[in-house]
Design a protein around this ligand. Structure first.
Ligand code: NAP
Length: 281
């Protein structure tokens, strides 16, 4: 089995980012990361994103607010960042604490700065197959990984386990746009293992450590593991029981070092595109 590392797709995206930066003629765009509270997974994603922006030669600033900030105060702060011409793109770490209406913030974010595709305008574009918006970075990262590995998508049977608005649903639309035949599975899917086994490409995005074992994988299938979980020993792991599928899958992504590594590269690509659109270059 070939291990599909995220580094290959990230390297290809880095070249696109450098080309985009050249077109911006010295104006280096800034990413604004907005975090409320001190959740460990938010902070880990933020660290990864900061590191990636810096390594791609982009600017980044974190805006951090206390867990208990009121909706009104947060909205005011968010509006200021949203309207700041120096902030070319925004990454809002979610979920937000319960007192803040996430829906209202999603409706407020400038679609032209909405790098992770959370605004209704960008979601609508993803579902309409219109590539002028921003798709959620993780969903796009899966497509980038397949392309970087030279795996053709057109006509393939692809099963996705997970139907969230962050991964499963937008990814199904991006793959459909690439002419795949897509099956979306979730907790009510009957005979889940069978639906997965019939796939030529299987994407696991359930958030359940090690749930996908060899009984879910068809012979020579490509397995993309989007899951980021912590196992009982406190180690980072995916949704796929990696060791059990090595004899049956043709390729699979590791966790860590797989899709997660590409997600922040896609974020960087989106930032440069947002800056280019703002400068009309
Ligand atoms: P989510 O909102 O919790 O959605 C999980 C989806 O998986 C739901 O649709 C759920 O079905 C389905 N599911 C859960 N358990 C299942 C089971 N036993 N059988 C079948 N379907 C099942 O999670 P998410 O935000 O999409 O994230 C999914 C995973 O990806 C998480 O591990 C997350 O940490 C990771 N993630 C990774 C990245 C990255 O950059 N690599 C980015 C974002 C998320 P129902 O709809 O029926 O409940």
């Amino acid at each position: 089995m070939r291990i599909l590392k995220g580094a290959d797709a990230s390297a290809a995206i880095k070249i696109q980012v450098a080309e985009g930066l050249e077109r911006l003629k010295g104006k280096v765009p800034k990413l604004g990361i907005i975090r409320v509270g001190e959740r460990a997974d938010d902070k880990s994603y933020e660290r990864g994103a900061v590191k990636r922006m810096e390594s791609f030669g982009l600017r980044v600033q974190s805006y951090v607010y206390p867990e208990k900030i009121s909706h009104e105060d947060f909205e005011k702060e968010f509006r200021t960042i949203n309207e700041d011409p120096d902030v070319a793109g925004i990454l809002l770490l979610r979920p937000l604490p319960g007192q803040i209406s996430e829906k209202q913030i999603e409706n407020m974010i400038d679609p032209a700065k909405d790098l992770d595709g959370i605004s209704p305008a960008n979601i609508a574009k993803v579902f309409a197959g219109d590539s002028t918006g921003f798709a959620p970075c993780t969903a796009e990262a899966v497509v980038e990984m397949l392309k970087a590995a030279g795996i053709s998508i057109s006509g393939k049977r692809i099963t996705i386990v997970g139907r969230s608005m962050v991964v499963g649903r937008p990814l199904s639309m991006l793959l459909l746009q690439e002419n795949a035949t897509v099956t979306i599975c979730h907790t009510r899917t009957r005979e889940l293992a069978g639906a997965c086994r019939s796939a030529e490409i299987l994407v696991a995005a359930a958030g359940k450590a090690g749930m996908i074992d060899q009984s879910f994988v068809g012979k020579d299938a490509v397995v993309i593991d989007v899951g980021i979980n912590v196992d009982e020993k406190g180690r980072l792991c995916g949704d796929v029981d990696f060791d059990s599928i090595t004899e049956i899958a043709s390729m699979a992504t590791p966790v860590p070092g797989g899709v997660g590594a590409v997600t922040t590269a896609v974020l960087a690509k989106h930032l440069v595109r947002a800056a280019g659109l703002a400068q009309k270059v």
